[in-house]
Design a protein. Sequence first.
Length: 135
Amino acid sequence: MRAAIVHVLADATVSVAVIGGLILAWLFGWPWIDPLVGILGALVIASWSAALIRDTAGVLLDMIPDPHMADRVRKAIEADGDRVADLHLWRLGPGHLGVIVSVVTPSARGEADYRARLARFSALSHVTIEVRRAA
């Protein structure tokens, strides 16, 4: 929604600038003002485009807003001799993350044990845990 609003505002700004440039060229006989305003308009659109790409790239590429979250999840699970064999963390939506973790443990701990360890992470909205006994 924000991208649509910024797009309309950038287009409107460039349109007003182009009309203003044409009026100045007509009133004062400045033929160079039209290309100058065109270049400035292109810079406005380029700036808007770069900001849009930067803001949406994380969403489109499923980037995690907090790059250290996987390390914190791993440390929470790897206590008392347990080992994380596989860990996948991804963004589900704003403020919501999903995690799939495979744990290898020498003890008789179950899935509920590890789910309780991850309960302190409020951003984890979808948690899937696989527990395997160490051989």
